[in-house]
Design a protein around this ligand. Structure first.
Ligand SMILES: Cc1cc2nc3c(=O)[nH]c(=O)nc-3n(C[C@H](O)[C@H](O)[C@H](O)COP(=O)(O)OP(=O)(O)OC[C@H]3O[C@@H](n4cnc5c(N)ncnc54)[C@H](O)[C@@H]3O)c2cc1C
Length: 382
């Protein structure tokens, strides 16, 4: 089978790209039985499509590389495109855009748009080679041929819905470097000293986490395996190994304690059960504020700087994204084309670009797809 363009993977980035390319120009090869499996489970089933504040500083990766695609197709361009397809997302948590009822609203648009292309499902890409001016794409069922190949096969997160290392393998076979990958936007497992966290499973509290130079704010959720929640997921993007510093009382000043007639469990703005657990750890009673000694107060200060080393993360099976990926200095930011092999492109999460929690990763998948589509449209129309 001969095609102009083959896209490897049928996820968010691929579907936007295929929607923007001319009719009958493209074949999408997807190993799952359906397109866009990750879209359906994203954002708690409602898909956090983008954010009202998209800036490159919310991405880990080469800032100037990310900026070029965001400039071409930002959150406003995306919202306009969605509106043209009758999808008006709902603004939640101040800045995050979600589908109103279900992620299916977004996937339905892509399924409709992609009817104009050829879609091969249940077909796994095994390898890619370039001979003369064309690419041969070997799949589990056949060998396909095309002038252009776009690798949009995502990262390693959620292998149960299709994630595979094929993108990195193809990149390596064409001489590209891969920045070390790890699970990102994921919870932390804990060491023995923090095993008491597990008994607090289900509780949530507002925190501020310092990790290197970064500050991550939001809620922390105690889980039966360790800790999770938005602030922890963001922190996992910056964590390699070593200490993290959690402020469990971010909006609370210790000045209010001394004159208070309230007990600590009523004074601290966190669930009572959590205060009690910390008091046990610190060897303190649930005293009244004005009865606390200087020693007691010094011990309590630990809650403003609770420093410890997580044991690890919950891993790729629970991670929303993959940190690291194909090195972006070997990719042309204006086109998404490999600087090593003409006609070979990479878009989406497979690249070394990772966004914070809040719609940044879909926006990247769509912006990089747009950059690639703009270039390919120009090439096809030459
Ligand atoms: C549970 C969860 C919730 C998330 N929620 C959000 C959210 O609300 N907002 C947000 O911005 N981001 C969210 N993300 C992240 C977001 O889903 C990804 O960053 C985004 O989907 C990346 O798009 P992509 O097209 O690059 O890769 P994917 O969407 O991962 O698509 C890659 C596709 O390639 C296919 N594939 C892999 N290997 C092969 C092969 N060998 N042959 C053929 N096909 C192959 C896969 O099956 C997959 O369909 C979430 C992720 C998860 C796991």
């Amino acid at each position: 089978m001969n095609h102009e363009i083959i896209i490897i993977g049928g996820g968010a980035s691929s579907l936007m790209l295929a929607s923007l390319l001319p009719k009958n120009s493209t074949v999408i090869v997807e190993s799952n039985a359906k397109l866009g499996a990750k879209i359906l489970i994203s954002g708690g089933g409602k898909c956090n499509i983008t954010n009202a504040d998209i800036r490159s500083k919310f991405y880990i990766g080469e800032q100037s590389f990310v900026e070029k695609s965001l400039k071409k197709f930002n959150e406003k361009s995306l919202l306009k495109w969605l509106a043209q397809h009758n999808l008006i997302p709902e603004l939640r948590k101040e800045s995050q855009y979600f589908c109103k009822t279900s992620a299916k609203e977004l996937l339905d648009i892509f399924n409709k748009e992609c009817k104009k292309q050829k879609v091969l499902l249940n077909e796994k890409v095994l390898s890619v080679e370039k001979n003369n001016e064309r690419f041969s794409v070997k799949t589990s069922k056949r060998t396909l041929s095309a002038k252009y190949v776009v690798v949009a096969s995502g990262g390693l997160s959620f292998p149960k819905i299709g994630a595979s290392p094929i993108g990195y393998e193809i990149a390596k076979s064409f001489g590209h470097s891969i920045k070390k990958t790890s699970a990102g936007l994921v919870g932390f497992t804990v060491q023995r000293d923090q095993f008491f966290f597990k008994e607090l499973s289900g509780l949530s509290t507002e925190v501020q986490i310092k990790i290197g130079k970064e500050l991550c704010e939001g809620s922390l959720l105690f889980a039966h395996k360790g800790i999770s929640g938005p602030a922890i997921l963001d922190a996992s993007l910056y964590w390699e190994k070593g200490l993290i510093d959690i402020d469990f009382l971010p909006n609370f000043s210790f000045k209010h304690i001394r004159g208070s007639k309230k007990q600590l469990t009523s004074l601290f703005p966190m669930p009572k059960r959590l205060t009690k657990a910390f008091l046990v750890q610190l060897g303190l009673d649930d005293k009244i504020g004005n009865k606390l000694s200087s020693d007691d107060l010094e011990k309590l200060e630990r809650l403003k700087h609770y420093t410890f080393a997580p044991a690890g993360t919950f891993g790729y099976s629970k991670a929303e994204v993959t940190n690291g990926g194909i090195a972006t200095n070997e990719i042309d930011a204006h086109t998404m084309q490999s600087k090593r092999t003409q006609g070979l492109f990479f878009t989406g999460e497979v690249l070394d670009v990772t966004g914070r929690l809040g719609g940044y990763n879909f926006q990247w998948a769509f912006s990089s797809a747009y950059t690639c589509a703009k270039y390919l449209n120009g090439e096809i129309n030459k």
